[in-house]
Design a protein around this ligand. Structure first.
Ligand SMILES: Cc1cc2nc3c(=O)[nH]c(=O)nc-3n(C[C@H](O)[C@H](O)[C@H](O)COP(=O)(O)OP(=O)(O)OC[C@H]3O[C@@H](n4cnc5c(N)ncnc54)[C@H](O)[C@@H]3O)c2cc1C
Length: 433
């Protein structure tokens, strides 16, 4: 399993040996990078601290895939239709205002030509994981540190085997950091880097309605949200908003954003375990604001969880030496433009194309090109998502009044739509030279 440094390969005159990348993190960005780099002719080894693949487990919740990500994923699958079998269409993006007194909703803005698909995180992860060759994953391995050797000719990674406590060295030509928004690889180059708390948290849950399809909860919600199954619903209240859509296999995904002071983040997770008292308090607050049909769905959901919402000011660089950042490690973002997963998939795809174009001999040019394609896009998208989150949460905005769903003008309402995200339908994948 140990990779030889490039210098050793050259000594052995195995000049045609494939270059090798070590990827830290086996979530969406890591697994996508594995696909893209293998397609580009690289060998990859993936290090993930989780002890086993989460495939099939209830880990995670819903996410939305944009048309380009769908295309890229399909190119990685043995059968492209597998993606459509695992996801449901989201053809409408609808924002509506909830009148909390009368408990009714009114449409603020609707885009009927939306072209996303909704997936459960675990389904998407499983789909991508199962399409990779066996033996490239080191599960239960905690990345500890790395150092770059011989003027960037290779990189040595130290990882701890969690089962035995043994510390091992792994050598590769390139280190791809896909270790999430709290990236410890990034920490080495940017020791003062800090995440920015958004001002709000997100309660999240997935209701599995397999056994209660004919219940009042489900017939009621289908009546109140008639486009469920194809619509991405945003409900806006005063200083709060929700996101609501259907997933495959009779699941309803909901998110409810709540303004609150920054919590104390313990350990390396931005997800918090919640007590039953906290859940009950959240439901009681929700009852004051949202229509009863939506609160019923929330109440019927097992184990809702709480995410603290962070992003960061866009980075100026996303590679150093032969180390490159992808996914949330490269651009922590708030979720309002459905960007985290899509940016991860696009990062991976562009990185693969650049590595293929330039080859290992010109690694620096490849990483330079990757950065110059991706940074301008992700910078604008992260900042737009930050702005949109503040709009929807009714928070103070520079140069204008906080958004009020009751009195917003038609122009302000149009700004809520996803299609206003920078590079929404024209993301550059290559540089025209
Ligand atoms: C279990 C899980 C469930 C998720 N569910 C959802 C969801 O339902 N909806 C949604 O929109 N987003 C979800 N996300 C987040 C989503 O995957 C990301 O926001 C986005 O896709 C970018 O992914 P990423 O791979 O860059 O980062 P992440 O998804 O955060 O993945 C980082 C990975 O790196 C691993 N890692 C970190 N440090 C180390 C280390 N020192 N050694 C080894 N491994 C390390 C982590 O265990 C993790 O698997 C989930 C993430 C995870 C890990």
């Amino acid at each position: 399993m140990f990779f030889l440094p490039r210098s050793k390969i050259m000594e052995g005159k195995e000049k045609k040996a494939k270059p090798k990348a070590v990827i830290i993190g086996g979530s969406i960005a890591g697994i996508s990078s594995a696909h893209a780099l293998i397609s580009a002719g690289w060998n990859v080894l993936l290090i993930e601290k989780t002890t086993s693949p989460p495939t099939g487990s209830p880990t995670g919740a819903g996410l939305g895939l944009d048309p380009l990500s769908q295309q890229i994923i399909q190119s990685w699958l043995p059968l492209p239709q597998l993606l459509n079998n695992t996801t449901v269409p989201l053809t409408i993006d609808q924002n509506q205002a909830t009148d909390s007194k009368k408990k009714i909703s009114r449409t603020l803005a609707r885009d009927g030509s939306f072209n996303f698909r909704a997936a459960h995180w675990a389904d998407l992860h499983g789909l991508l994981y199962n399409a990779l060759p066996l033996g490239i994953f080191l599960w239960g391995h905690l990345f500890l540190s790395f150092h770059v050797v011989d003027y960037n000719s290779s990189v040595t990674i130290k990882a701890k085997v969690l089962k035995t406590g043994e510390v091992i060295d792994i050598v590769g030509d390139l280190l791809v950091a896909a270790d999430g928004c709290l990236s410890s690889v990034r920490q080495k180059y940017l020791p003062d880097f800090k995440l920015r708390y958004s001002g709000y948290c997100a309660w999240r849950g997935v209701l599995d309605f397999w056994k209660i399809e004919d219940s009042d909860t489900i017939t009621g919600i289908r009546k109140a949200y008639p486009d469920l199954g194809k619509c991405l619903y945003f409900d806006l209240g005063s200083g709060t908003h929700t996101v609501f859509y259907e997933l495959l296999n009779k699941k309803l995904n909901w998110i409810c954003y709540v303004n609150q002071p920054e919590p104390e983040v313990k350990g390396t997770s931005v997800t918090m375990k919640v007590s039953s008292d906290m859940i009950e308090q959240m439901y009681q607050e929700a009852e004051k604001i949202w229509i009863p049909e939506l609160v019923k769905v929330m109440r019927a959901t097992k184990e809702p969880f709480l995410n603290f919402i962070y992003d960061s000011d866009p980075l100026k660089k996303i590679f150093w030496d032969n180390v490159v950042l992808v996914g949330d490690a490269a651009h922590p973002t708030t979720p309002h433009c459905l960007r985290s997963t899509n940016m991860s998939i696009l990062d991976a795809s562009v990185l693969g194309k650049c590595l293929e174009k330039w080859g290992l001999e010109n690694l620096e040019s490849a990483l330079e090109e990757y950065q110059s394609i991706r940074l301008p896009v992700t910078t604008k998208q992260v900042l737009h998502a930050r702005w949109l989150g503040r709009v929807k949460q009714g928070l103070v905005l520079p140069g204008r009044e906080p958004f009020n769903p009751k009195s917003a003008t038609p122009e302000e309402c149009q700004e809520l739509l996803q299609r206003n995200t920078p590079f929404f339908s024209d993301v550059p994948m290559t540089i025209n030279t």
